[in-house]
Design a protein around this ligand. Structure first.
Ligand SMILES: Nc1ncnc2c1ncn2[C@@H]1O[C@H](COP(=O)(O)OP(=O)(O)OP(=O)(O)O)[C@@H](O)[C@H]1O
Length: 652
């Protein structure tokens, strides 16, 4: 297996070196770059390469055609056209550079801030962008030149300012999309600061569109600069400018039409080269984008980020203590509560599992604990305390500092949590640097120690690989190594083995168990799989339609469930099914949050439900010291009532 990635594998629209390599491989791209390089070199090296002083006149050789002495002829004052073109290029290219630099600085900064920060910043910047876009460019440039007295720098910077909103819009669009990527959530969870995430993970994804826009804008700037020179509004004679040369040539077009050709051609080809370059980059990054999209689609299924919670005993020594947590999310029908009045406790070193059907609120509960709710989501009420710190009142920055150090996350789809552009080693190094503040020479040693801790053979070899070069099991081990970098007290594992094949699943579960023994961290495991709960968890929480309906020590719950939903879920588990018998099922489906019934959310599917269950909120009962159930008929459930002979929950 090679250790260097191919362009397509590395780039998610991205890294600038990859973009340039892709451009150079295309003939039009190579040609455009070569032309621009020759023009720029000629301009920069004009003092050494130009055969004549560009302002030296020779009235005995006016308006001459190309010759051995004057390769491109002379103008009406006998000045050498080639020398004037070379020197004129300095003025024009400097103007283009000023405008493009201004566009890049303003446009990229505005686009990243708008797309990544969102909310009020986004609205304010969008308003500003609309305002600037409404300003007429030519009139503004004329006003600036009038005010600054034909100062071309002022004009070109103004052009850049007026062009920045266009680039900002493009960068904002890419940033909005990248912000949703799981590896950005993973970077946040790992405790990396927003500025680092933006510069290291988001900006590189914008390189392609930025280069396209900058290139097209350079063409516009070239046209504008030469236009100003032509009108006599830019740099003044006798300094040669391309626009000024066109103006000179147009005055003698009847006598010597050739004079128009050199300057006209250089300008025309320059604009063409910038335009072609933009197109080629767009093609190159477009194809790369499609490849990346298909890769993402192929592995879609996973990394979300988080664990969930449930009711139970108030452990004074709890590492994590969630009380009365309710979460609201924006939906098409308005803001809806999707998690309601949830309690959950995890003690240091304990492994707690949250089980429930899809859509019950497990992941959202976990996201709330991590402070990473989907956009617009809020904690409507409740408390989340970690090691004595109240998380619900923390600022985003405080939460970010906590993530990675106190809480870490591993997810269902490991590859989605890794940035494809960097090697495994680079990604772990970065976290180690941040968490341990080690001198550079010790960082890699700690990285290799982490890769060894997750039982990866050949840690050096793995560190040199890119994510796409890892198998699913290796990638999950790498993600676990990343999670361990900050020595977290709580590890949240959201379906950590779902995307892996059965053998690898068992290995990863073993690894988690071993690591917990070695580090003493607590684990919150979100899963659909009772087998995983039985295997790893000290305590199980069962979630249904936004409610924590039961919690108990795992063995006790397996032996005697005290909520009809737990009983039904256990009976319908393929892992626990009786061989030869049909797999029992709970009739019906989990209701959407907007369709939650009054009273017990499970009542419409429950064989034991009575009128009281349907009337109002059901309190959490404490049938035994370490057990909780949100059911008034737990005694009947204990006795196994409510099931038909096949084990299916039977309706009355
Ligand atoms: N970004 C979102 N915007 C609006 N509603 C959402 C969003 N994410 C989740 N929900 C809703 O919140 C509820 C709980 O979802 P959640 O993902 O927490 O369930 P889950 O139990 O983790 O399911 P799964 O096991 O499939 O991941 C669901 O009804 C879901 O439709």
């Amino acid at each position: 297996m090679t250790t260097m990635p191919t362009t397509s594998a590395r780039g998610r629209g991205g890294d600038s070196a990859g973009v340039w390599r892709a451009v150079i491989r295309r003939p039009l791209g190579a040609l455009s770059l070569a032309y621009l390089a020759v023009v720029a070199t000629a301009a920069i090296a004009a003092p050494w390469l130009a055969p004549y002083d560009p302002t030296a006149t020779d009235l005995s050789h006016v308006l001459s055609m190309p010759s051995a002495d004057h390769w491109l002829g002379t103008d009406r004052l006998g000045r050498d056209i080639l020398s004037r073109l070379m020197y004129g290029g300095q003025v024009t290219l400097l103007g283009v550079l000023q405008a493009v630099a201004t566009v890049l600085v303003l446009g990229v900064a505005m686009g990243l801030a708008s797309g990544f920060l969102g909310g009020r910043v986004d609205r304010a910047l969008n308003w500003l962008i609309d305002v600037v876009l409404a300003i007429p460019v030519i009139i503004t440039l004329l006003v600036v030149l009038a005010v600054f007295g034909t100062n071309e720098t002022a004009a070109m910077v103004t052009l850049g300012v007026l062009g920045a909103p266009g680039l900002a819009r493009v960068v904002r669009g890419v940033t909005l999309a990248v912000r949703q990527e799981p590896y950005i959530a993973a970077a946040r969870v790992a405790g990396l600061p927003s500025s680092y995430i933006v510069l290291r993970h988001v900006l590189p994804r914008c390189y392609g569109p930025i280069i396209v826009q900058a290139s097209l804008f350079a063409g516009v700037s070239l046209l504008t600069e030469t236009g100003l020179g032509y009108l006599g509004l830019g740099v003044q004679p006798p300094t040669p400018t391309w626009g000024g040369m066109v103006a000179d040539a147009s005055q003698v077009i009847d006598q010597q039409p050739w004079m128009l050709v050199p300057a006209g051609a250089v300008i025309g080809l320059g604009i063409l080269a910038f335009g072609l370059l933009g197109d080629v980059v767009r093609d190159a990054t477009g194809q790369r984008g499609k490849r990346a999209a298909s890769t993402r689609a192929a592995r879609r299924g996973t990394l979300r980020a988080e664990p969930a919670a449930h009711p139970a005993s108030a452990e004074p020594a709890a590492l994590l203590s969630v009380r009365g947590l309710s979460v609201a999310l924006p939906t098409a029908q308005g803001t809806t509560t999707v998690v309601e009045d949830v309690d959950l406790d995890i003690n240091p070193g304990q492994t707690v599992g949250i089980v429930g059907e899809s859509g019950c609120g497990k992941s959202i509960t976990g996201r709330a604990i991590l402070g990473l709710l989907p956009a617009g989501g809020t904690i409507a009420s409740g408390s989340i305390r970690l090691g004595g710190d109240e998380l619900t009142t923390m600022t985003k920055a405080e939460l970010a500092r906590l993530r990675g150090r106190k809480i870490a996350l591993i997810s269902q789809e490991p590859l989605a949590g890794l940035d494809p552009v960097f090697t495994v080693g680079q990604q772990i190094d970065e976290l180690v640097r941040r968490h341990d503040r080690l001198p550079r020479r010790h960082v890699r040693a700690r990285t290799l120690e982490l890769l060894t801790a997750v039982r990866l053979p050949d840690p050096e070899g793995v560190a040199a690989r890119y994510p796409y070069q890892l198998s699913g099991g290796m990638a999950q081990r790498v993600v676990i190594a990343l999670a361990l970098a900050g020595r977290p007290e709580l590890l949240i594992a959201d379906e950590p083995t779902t995307a892996l094949d059965v053998t690898v699943q068992a290995e990863i579960l073993d690894l988690l168990r071993q690591l917990q023994g070695e580090t003493g961290m607590a684990i919150l495991l979100i899963t659909h799989d009772w087998g995983v709960v039985a295997d790893l968890c000290d305590r199980a929480y069962v979630m249904y339609a936004g409610h924590m309906v039961e919690s108990a020590p795992t063995e006790e719950m397996f032996d005697v469930p005290l909520h009809p939903y737990t009983a039904g879920l256990l009976r319908s588990s393929p892992r626990l099914a009786e061989p030869g018998l049909p797999l029992p099922a709970i009739e019906g489906t989990v209701p959407e949050p907007r369709d939650w019934p009054a009273g017990c959310h499970f009542a419409p599917r429950c064989p034991l439900a009575t009128a009281i269950c349907r009337e109002g909120a059901i309190a959490v009962a404490k049938p035994e010291e370490n057990r909780r159930t949100k059911c008034i008929r737990f005694d009947e459930v204990r006795r196994g009532e409510g099931h038909d002979g096949a084990g299916t929950l039977a309706r009355r």
